[in-house]
Design a protein around this ligand. Structure first.
Ligand SMILES: C[S@@+](CC[C@H](N)C(=O)[O-])C[C@H]1O[C@@H](n2cnc3c(N)ncnc32)[C@H](O)[C@@H]1O
Length: 367
């Protein structure tokens, strides 16, 4: 029996012809845009669980790293004002919110205008309203101004009580680098594995792309950048090959690096490709300047007794954090700092290989 009011099987409800979802070749999708099941965790929890169990990160998500260690370092309490300088997917933020409510507030910053609205919507959906959580799209180099913004929002909400002005933070977290959403989406240009435009900007609406940087860089400045940002042992040789060349896509760049490494074993070339991408990403996003600015602003942004924790992923970042905390301890800004660097457990490194290079350091401002 057929009902003439229902659309036929190849027609959608509004009468337009139904289009089948394009099939991918093989059993498991390899391309980011084919991983539709992973990107809908509510509908496809089983697929997501399988991806997680295999040590991978489901497409379009990010697994927070060293969550237990981060909470132990920051000790967030109900009523605290906490800043997550690198909101990303909001994994750390959710955990922090669970500790600081009721009466606390989380200020989440991120430079990325594409992912931030999605994360804000996800957290709102999870029940965190404006009284609990504020999202601000900004570079964390602008942390002091962001705190002023949240302070004025708070005083507007409680106009009757000007004593409740939120000026300093009780806890500050920074989980440096890029998120898995950024890394895995070829359209963002960070991926060494999939082809896409050679961009690498966390905020694609600002600054110059990696392609523009390469065209404009001299061989000397590029060699310096490869050395400083990624300890690349073949910095000069690679810079001589890549400087002032026009690459449109990530694949063109990886092919050029491979062509410049004919005698090198594949694993070693893969590492070289990753180091070159890391060096360019750091330069494109001016990551060391932003980190230096954040480290300088911490003493004024933290309340007395307030705590900061920073997760780093390579030596250039960790060195800066280690030196800033040690200097702060010497001059009395900090009362206490992590005695040793804290690393992910072997279990976490196994379950989430992206945590492998993580290092956590913390400091407590003097009271
Ligand atoms: C490793 S992810 C953070 C993941 C997050 N902790 C979570 O649990 O989902 C780093 C995030 O920081 C952002 N980011 C990196 N440098 C930044 C900067 N200088 N200012 C603001 N956001 C930055 C990136 O856009 C990215 O979303």
């Amino acid at each position: 029996m057929s009902d003439s009011t229902l659309p036929s099987s190849n027609e959608s409800a509004d009468g337009t012809p139904h289009r089948r979802r394009p099939r991918y070749a093989g059993r498991n999708p390899r391309r980011f845009d084919e991983k539709y099941k992973e990107r809908d965790p509510l509908r496809d929890a089983e697929t997501v669980a399988k991806v997680l169990a295999s040590g991978k990160t489901p497409a379009g998500t990010h697994r927070p790293i060293m969550v237990t260690e981060m909470i132990a370092a920051l000790m967030p309490r109900p009523g605290a004002l906490v800043v997550d300088c690198t909101l990303g997917y909001g994994g750390h933020a959710r955990e922090l919110l669970a500790h600081l409510l009721p009466d606390g507030h989380l200020l989440g910053l991120d430079a990325d205008p594409l992912e931030l609205p999605k994360t804000e919507a996800r957290l709102r959906e999870a029940g965190f309203g404006p009284e609990a959580f504020t999202a601000v799209r900004t570079n964390f180099a602008g942390l002091p101004q962001a705190l002023v913004t949240v302070s004025s929002l708070s005083s507007a909400r409680s106009a009757a009580n000007s004593d409740s002005l939120l000026m300093g933070a009780d806890c500050i977290l920074a989980d440096l680098g890029v998120s898995s959403m950024q890394l895995d989406d070829p359209a963002r240009g960070f991926s060494t594995k999939s082809d896409g435009p050679l961009d690498m900007r966390m905020n694609p609406r600002r600054g110059q792309s990696a392609a523009a940087l390469l065209v404009r860089s001299s061989s000397e400045s590029l060699a310096e950048l490869f050395k400083t940002n990624a300890d690349e042992p073949r910095a000069r040789e690679l810079a001589a090959v890549l400087a002032q060349r026009s690459f449109t896509t990530t694949r063109e760049l990886t092919d050029a690096i491979r062509a410049a490494s004919p005698e090198t074993a594949k694993d070693e070339v893969d590492l070289t490709v990753r180091r070159v991408f890391q060096a360019l990403r750091i330069a494109v996003n001016d990551e060391f300047s932003a980190l230096n600015a954040l480290l300088r602003s911490l003493p004024t942004c933290l309340n007395p007794g307030g705590r900061v924790a920073i997760l780093t992923f390579h030596s250039g970042e960790d060195r800066r954090v280690k030196q800033a905390f040690a200097a702060g301890l010497r001059d009395g800004t900090y009362a206490e700092i992590a005695r040793d660097v804290i690393r992910p457990t072997a279990e976490e490194r196994h379950d989430n290989p992206r945590s492998s290079s993580a290092k956590l350091r913390w400091a407590r401002r003097c009271s």
